[in-house]
Design a protein around this ligand. Structure first.
Ligand SMILES: Nc1ncnc2c1ncn2[C@@H]1O[C@H](COP(=O)(O)OP(=O)(O)OP(=O)(O)O)[C@@H](O)[C@H]1O
Length: 267
């Protein structure tokens, strides 16, 4: 069973303001996109779900198929958490001196712990993650020798190498060109719906055309959840237009599927 993350009535205080205000939601199997304007609290919400951001009130719990009550994510040991969920930071957090392969291997070390010895399964997971993100050709290059988009794909490979059932991805499409954004959207959908081991994929996205391909949208504004549902839900679409201040329009394509357009009236 894929684990489920549950956020109950969570408030996060940053400085003098509430970056999250009494947010409740559940994240389970499927591809969920978290969207909202700059400063809405998306990264804060993702960090709180990952147990990396202390909360002022409320609780985040993980339910697995282990017997017993759900675990409080903020009280779970880092190595146990790493087996359940993987997090892609908004700003790359690894040194540029490492090679691409060494960087992707860090994803396995988080899972093994520093004293664990990598084996054949670890090498296979690293190779597979690099193949999925098309990083294999640069495996011996150092991170600082890569372009922004190439580096982003390596950091994503590190997350995929963990083989964690829950992926929390903060702006995974940053720096990517259009073909690689589309490839990532396909990858998220296939990971979320893999018949043998479906995963929970939660991605913060500014690319609304890509976000509308997700199974579910969470619309956040000013630290509060404004809508939660599939992209076809009129309440979700209305919330999107509202939180982006009318800068976008939601239209229907020839098959009745929603698509987003920038309201490009420059006056
Ligand atoms: N360390 C901090 N101290 C005080 N306020 C902070 C701190 N970090 C973030 N904030 C504020 O908290 C709010 C939420 O920030 P957060 O990074 O979660 O937003 P976001 O939705 O991810 O934004 P973006 O789309 O720009 O990445 C913002 O108003 C931000 O200015």
């Amino acid at each position: 069973m894929t684990p489920t993350l549950r956020m109950q009535d969570v408030t996060v205080r940053l400085g003098r303001r509430d970056a999250l205000q009494r947010v409740s939601l559940e994240v389970g199997v499927g591809w969920t996109a978290l969207v909202g304007p700059n400063g809405a609290g998306k990264s804060t919400l993702l960090r709180a779900l990952a147990g990396l951001q202390p909360v002022a009130s409320g609780q985040v719990t993980i339910r697995t198929n282990e017997p017993g009550p759900p675990m409080d994510v903020h009280r779970t040991a880092p190595a146990d958490r790493a087996r359940l969920l993987a997090w892609l930071a908004q700003q790359g957090d690894v040194t540029g001196e490492l090679t691409v392969r060494e960087t992707v291997e860090l994803g396995r070390i988080a899972r093994l712990g520093l004293l664990g010895t990598p084996g054949a399964a670890d090498r296979t997971a690293v190779d597979h993650a690099m193949a999925l993100t098309e990083c294999m050709p640069w495996q011996h290059r150092r991170l600082h020798e890569l372009s922004g988009g190439e580096r982003q794909r390596v950091l994503l490979a590190r997350v995929l190498a963990t083989e964690a059932p829950m992926l929390l991805l903060d702006e995974p499409t940053t720096h990517l060109d259009a073909p690689h954004q589309v490839a990532l959207a396909r990858l998220f959908r296939s990971l979320a719906h893999a018949p043998a081991a479906p995963r929970a994929v939660l991605s913060v996205l500014h690319d609304l055309p890509i976000a509308l391909q997700a199974d579910r949208l969470l619309v956040l504004d000013a630290g509060a959840l404004q809508a939660d549902g599939p992209p076809t839900d009129p309440a979700v679409q209305a919330a999107l237009v509202r939180v982006f201040g009318g800068a976008i329009r939601i239209e229907s394509d020839a098959h009745g599927r929603p698509r987003v357009a920038l309201a490009l009236d420059l006056g």
